[in-house]
Design a protein around this ligand. Structure first.
Ligand code: AMP
Length: 121
């Protein structure tokens, strides 16, 4: 899938629409999810134009991949989640039910999160 430069996270990266910023560095931006599914629900996105984890791990440089993963950890530490713990998740493609076509890692925390996946039958 080609990258859509008009996707909502691309607009956030360009500063065209606002976000509640949590963390940023040269590789990544982290901001609050607009529809939180846990007391803490933050999205971490790479600055580069990558549709998904598949696209990212195919085309990003080693420095971008390392920088992005470091940023996920930095974001969790900034939120003081390292000790109580947290969960990260990335939806990829149709079966993964990815809605926004710019790679994002969901970071959940702030309570015991329960089973990893709900049984959907
Ligand atoms: P996914 O289903 O993994 O693609 O998740 C997309 C996420 O983006 C959802 O959790 C939405 O609530 C979130 N989202 C959509 N638009 C915005 C926005 N403008 N600011 C923050 N989060 C958003």
């Amino acid at each position: 899938m080609a990258y859509d430069t008009e996707n909502i996270f691309a607009k956030i990266l360009r500063g065209e629409i606002p976000c509640d910023k949590i963390y940023e560095d040269e590789h990544a931006l982290a901001f609050e999810d607009i529809n939180p599914q846990a007391p803490i629900h933050v999205l971490v996105i790479p600055r580069g134009a990558y549709v998904s984890m598949d696209d990212f791990t195919t085309s990003a440089s080693d420095a971008e991949i390392a920088g992005f993963m470091r940023a996920v950890g930095n974001t969790a530490r900034q939120l003081e989640l390292a000790s109580p713990g947290y969960r990260i998740l990335a939806n990829i493609g149709e079966d993964g039910m990815q809605e926004v076509p710019h790679l994002h890692i969901h970071l959940f925390g702030g309570k015991k999160l329960g089973p990893m996946l709900k049984t959907t039958g």
